[in-house]
Design a protein around this ligand. Structure first.
Ligand code: HEM
Length: 417
């Protein structure tokens, strides 16, 4: 993992005995207690820990929910109601899991935008970034399949719309879709395999999170200045400085989450999903969960089905390719005013696409979605590569992290007086 000298000293004889055989406590100490961390990290760097908390919440609540859930067309919907009404604390487990998914996505979107703003994807953190994108795709797969399990109207029709996208693949599309369903429509085999995969994917995701943290600890954190760590002055031990900062933000997040779980339990959900799945009745509007809306808007912005599917997957692939699209040597957008301007445009675009994804695909909604989809791709494929060449110097950059913390000149401001 990280390349700093281990200064772990086992205190008891038994700890020393154990350390010589399996130095797991040494590893924890080196990686999470004394780990040298840039001293200028701000609150945007706390999302990783918040994500970790939500991952644990989702795993625990999910494992217990599965003990009472029945993956059968005729029983799934009722089994969820049974969890809500009859199982001890079942309502709490379900609302925690439902809202936990949304909060997981809120945190991951902040985490990704932080990475883009501060250039955290640039060398030497490309692998860390790619592992992050894999995690994000796994999160989307898990959330999509989980949403199908309650077997409500939106579960069924959402699954039908999204799985049908595969039928856009030329020649083999229909075959692949039916293979995916295990039948000729979304039905019993589909539900059963979705439960199986909904359990498997988060386990894979957990493995990738460990790899993510490993990759992070090999190269160390980036920081708001985007400068490399030059000396030990630039860092502080992870504990207590960043454990406390992370805990503070985790408590803020968990408090807001608790408010949603207890008082606005269904605010982020769709009322239609409390109607049992009915293959004979299509709901008037089929909308995915909020975190998929920007991609849903991109999908529907393109008039051709295959084109829409390619654009939707492409919109994530361009994010994966960021380290090779933005070659500018300056990492942090603090020192790149032009890139900052276009980044703000990207954030607004993503939000507006989210708004449009929830609207019917008609009239000016479609026109606006097309313009915004165009900006999404132009931002990654044209603007960032161009700015790589056009915005490469900044006189105001401090010489080091410590210089920046102490007021740019390496002199403590008070000491100047
Ligand atoms: C389950 C989801 C995830 C977990 C638990 C997780 C965890 C973490 C943790 C603990 C850190 C260090 C603390 C921090 O910088 O916030 C981190 C850093 C990072 N993560 Fe994630 N992450 C997740 C998803 C993602 C995704 C989806 C991406 C990008 C697509 C990503 C990209 C990064 C990058 C680039 C860094 C380094 C940031 C820096 O040093 O400036 N992560 N992650």
């Amino acid at each position: 993992m990280g390349h700093h000298e281990s200064n772990y000293e086992p205190k008891w004889a038994i700890a020393k005995w154990f350390d010589e055989r399996l130095p797991v406590y040494r590893m924890m100490s080196d990686q999470f207690i004394t780990f040298p961390t840039p001293r200028n990290l701000n609150y945007w760097w706390t999302m990783g820990m918040v994500l970790f908390f939500f991952l644990v919440i989702q795993l625990i609540t999910g494992i217990i929910l599965t003990m009472h859930y029945i993956p059968h067309e005729d029983m799934a919907f009722n089994s969820v109601e049974h969890i809500m009404r009859d199982v001890n604390w079942g309502w709490l487990l379900r609302y925690m899991h439902m809202n936990g998914a949304s909060f997981f996505f809120i945190a991951v979107y902040i985490h990704i935008l932080r990475g883009i703003y501060y250039g955290s994807y640039k060398a030497p953190r490309e692998v860390l970034w790619l592992v992050g994108v894999v995690i994000y795709i796994l999160m989307m797969a898990a959330a999509f399949m989980g949403y199908v399990l309650p077997w409500g109207q939106m579960s069924f029709w959402g699954a039908t719309v999204i799985t049908n996208l595969f039928s856009a693949i030329p020649l083999v599309g229909d075959y692949i879709t039916q293979w995916f369903w295990g039948a000729y429509a979304v039905s019993q085999p589909t539900l059963n395999r979705f439960l199986s995969l909904h359990y498997l994917v988060p386990m894979l995701l957990t493995v990738f999170v460990l790899i993510h943290v490993w990759a992070l600890h090999v190269v160390g954190s980036n920081n708001p200045e985007g400068l490399d760590v030059k000396s030990s002055d630039d860092t502080l031990p992870f504990h207590p400085y960043f454990t406390m900062k992370d805990m503070f933000m985790a408590i803020v997040f968990l408090t807001i989450y608790a408010f949603f779980v207890f008082f606005m339990s269904n605010y982020m959900g769709e009322p239609d999903n409390y109607i049992r799945a009915n293959p004979m009745v299509t709901p008037p509007h089929i909308v995915p969960e909020w975190y998929f809306l920007p991609f849903y808007a991109i999908l529907r912005a393109i008039p051709d089905k295959l084109g829409g599917v390619i654009a939707m997957f492409g919109s994530i692939m361009v994010v994966a390719a960021l380290p090779w699209l933005d070659r500018n040597p300056i990492r942090s957008l603090r020192y790149r005013p032009r890139a900052r301007f276009f980044f703000a445009g990207f954030v607004v675009t993503a939000m507006l696409l989210g708004f449009l994804g929830a609207k019917p695909a008609e009239g000016w909604y479609v026109t606006a979605s097309r313009i915004l989809t165009l900006y999404w791709f132009v931002y990654f494929l044209v603007i960032l590569p161009l700015l790589s060449k056009m915005e490469t110097t900044n006189r105001h950059m401090p010489g080091s992290i410590t210089d920046a913390v102490l007021g740019h000149h390496g002199v403590i401001p008070e000491a100047k007086q």
